[in-house]
Design a protein around this ligand. Structure first.
Ligand code: ACO
Length: 327
């Protein structure tokens, strides 16, 4: 029997114009291009100015590009879900900002999700649930982040890793293979990635409070977590849904660190050519990284209809998710 799923029919991404290179960073903290490149693969990242470009406005720009790419009328969109761990507004949601800017009708559900870096995958799975159950036919899934507002620019262990940006996809109900996925979390292991909300006036005098409102990361623990759990998750995904990893055209991994992606490819015994990367140019853009990579691959012609893709992400929570989809 034919199944209905959400097919990605449009992709868009946005990076703010200001570029911060590794050499620029070496003037701010004690680091250098060679160290950053060797340990992470990152060469430069884009930084939002906080006026023209913030999480909400970048979400709008990426969403507009995705809608244009899909060639749809925004008035036909029935659901918008945005993922962001760094929204500039607590409310309205980023999704509602997109609804307003795109001139969508009022007949559209809008909400945000926060699952740190895998947030876009969480949003994608949520939207697929609405589409596959027959509830909506056309939806927008956005990931948008300004982590530059939350990193400590004096901490060379974290400030070198992150960049700002947004990515979006339009999903339309069509016949095809269902979205197959696994989502995992470990609150017990979550302390290695943390950032507290700055707006807690009762705690302003508490020792260490201010520092806890910057991005904290125990780099080695996160590295170990990622190279252990991500390959295992992808193998479990293949076993659960009975497919062979050799059939997969591309593995679209969260763009955090080239060494994590290389270690994953090695553990799965898959050619690194099947693991495309944009992190050299963007740094880690958290929930924007996967839709932005897909958008880049569509623009440069690598992504073709019918391709089999594994998407996988990991981050704060800890959370880690993977999907098997047909593009
Ligand atoms: N430049 C130069 N030296 C540095 C820098 C820097 N930017 N940062 C750290 N160092 C120094 C350290 O001080 C340390 O010096 P010491 O030996 O004198 O004490 C030395 O380099 C080694 O430091 P480590 O932190 O052990 O370096 P490591 O090899 O682990 O690399 C890194 C650090 C790149 C952060 C690595 O741990 C990593 O990639 N972790 C995963 C990070 C990640 O991907 N996080 C994001 C996932 S979650 C999300 O997406 C939100």
């Amino acid at each position: 029997m034919a199944q209905i799923t959400g097919k990605i029919i449009g992709l868009g991404s946005y990076l703010p114009p200001k570029v911060l290179s590794n050499d620029d960073l070496s003037k701010m903290v004690e680091t250098n291009d060679e160290w950053i490149t060797e340990r992470t693969g990152i060469k430069r990242r884009h930084i939002a100015d906080g006026i023209e470009d913030k999480s909400s406005t970048m979400a709008i720009k990426a969403a507009k590009a995705a809608v244009e790419d899909a060639g749809i009328d925004p008035k036909d969109i029935e659901l918008i879900v945005a993922a962001s761990t760094t929204p500039d507004l607590l409310f309205p949601s980023m999704a509602v900002c997109v609804q307003k800017a795109l001139g969508c009708s009022e007949n559209v559900g809008c909400f945000d999700v926060n699952s740190a870096c895998p947030g876009w995958i969480a949003a994608f799975n949520t939207v697929q649930g609405f589409i596959e159950s027959g509830n909506v036919k056309l939806a927008l899934v956005v990931g948008t982040e300004t982590l530059s507002n939350f990193v400590d620019w004096n901490d060379r262990g974290t400030c070198i890793l992150f960049g700002d940006g947004a990515g979006a996809a339009v999903l339309r109900a069509e016949e095809g293979k269902k979205n197959e996925f696994i989502m995992r979390s470990s609150g017990n292991r979550g302390d290695c990635l943390r950032c507290e909300n700055r707006k807690q006036p009762q705690r302003y005098d508490e020792e260490g409070f201010e520092q806890s409102t910057y991005f904290y990361m125990a780099g080695r623990d996160v590295f170990r977590f990622a190279i252990t759990e991500v390959p295992k998750l992808i193998k479990d995904l293949a076993a659960k849904y009975n497919f062979s990893l050799d059939e997969i055209d591309y593995f679209i991994l969260h763009q955090a660190n080239a060494r994590i992606i290389e270690a994953t490819a090695k553990k799965l015994n898959i050619d690194i050519e099947k693991f495309p990367m944009t992190l050299q140019e963007t740094g880690n853009t958290s929930s924007a990284s996967i839709p932005s990579l897909l958008s880049t691959m569509k623009k440069d012609g690598r992504l073709k209809k019918g391709m089999k893709l594994v998407l996988a992400s990991f981050g704060g929570g800890l959370t880690w998710d993977a999907n098997y989809i047909e593009y």
